[in-house]
Write a protein that binds this ligand. Structure first.
Ligand code: GUN
Length: 285
């Protein structure tokens, strides 16, 4: 039987509606509106689109967005000063610096300078550490979006064999730790892994995050598996994931499409994290 297609656009819209409701409650009960500051340095067209989508989502859910567009020739010191200033603003609860930065800027000190309790991207080592110890207050958005889609698809996670293909700090490692917190038995595979097809064939839950066009073949999918495809590979033929979707859907129980699967979840989870960051300031006052 062909798989259920997991509708990430719908799930993301549902999450935004849930966040919007909680924002209204926070305004009514505490007279506080969550605020998200987004810093964009330079003119990367892809980043400009991402930032615009974040602003649009903020407007939809009632989060106040503050956009800081800095010129390409911004110095490290100027960027660090802005982060320090935003860390201290009463009306800003979440703060992110859009990546990638222009080549002359070092992202590491910038990420380290962000107050971990405002780090709505979940990129600060403190937040990665919280994910590892099972206290994922501000998990990074794409990994958290993967977990939401798995849960909302109705997959059994307790004791399931979960395989993550890919070991990046932004997706592979954190999603593996989040799956572990859900009591999955977790395997991380990567470019040096031997016998990947057979490892895939044992996976009840497969998260593909390698960035290689349709690398995971249909006959690598276990019958009845839940397949989450984080890949976004632009090719001459169009946009494809890391999984051969058309073949995999014949064997999977549920599978995310590309586009329209994990992609829309990232910004929805950013809204959720921004709400969480605002909630943290209420409980610490
Ligand atoms: N660039 C691409 N994705 C992201 C993201 O999720 N956050 C930030 N800050 N930059 C990005």
């Amino acid at each position: 039987m062909a798989a259920t297609i997991i509708d990430g656009k719908q799930a993301a819209s549902d999450i935004r509606a849930e966040v919007a409701q909680e924002v209204r409650e926070m305004q009514a009960e505490h007279s506080v509106t969550p605020g998200l500051a987004v810093v964009l340095v330079g003119e990367d067209p892809g980043s400009q689109i991402y930032v615009r989508n974040k602003e649009k989502a903020c407007a939809e859910v009632g989060i106040k967005s503050f956009k800081y567009e800095l010129p390409t020739d911004t110095t490290q010191e100027q960027l660090m000063d802005l982060v320090d200033e935003l860390n201290c603003r009463e009306d800003v609860h979440g703060l992110l610096v859009q990546m990638p930065l222009p080549k002359h800027l070092d992202p590491t000190p910038v990420l380290l300078a962000i107050d971990p309790n405002m780090d709505v991207d979940g990129f600060h080592p403190v937040n990665l550490g919280r994910v590892v110890v099972g206290n994922a207050v501000l998990p990074s958005c794409t990994p958290a979006g993967c977990i939401e889609l798995i849960k909302r698809s109705g997959a059994e996670m307790e004791g399931a064999n979960a395989l993550v293909v890919g070991r990046s700090n932004t997706v592979g490692k954190p999603v593996a730790m989040l799956l572990l917190s859900e009591n999955c038995t977790v395997t991380i595979a990567h470019s040096r892994t031997r016998g990947l097809p057979d490892i895939c064939r044992r996976a009840d839950i497969l998260v593909a995050a390698v960035g290689v066009d349709r690398m995971v073949k249909g006959d690598w999918i276990k019958e009845g598996a839940t397949v989450i495809d984080v890949g976004m590979n632009r090719t001459g033929e169009g946009l494809f994931g890391d999984v051969d979707f058309e073949a995999a859907r014949e064997r999977a129980r549920a599978i995310t499409p590309v586009p329209g699967g994990v992609g829309p979840m990232t910004v929805a989870m950013l809204m959720k994290n921004s709400l969480t960051a605002a909630k943290m300031t209420l409980s610490s006052n």
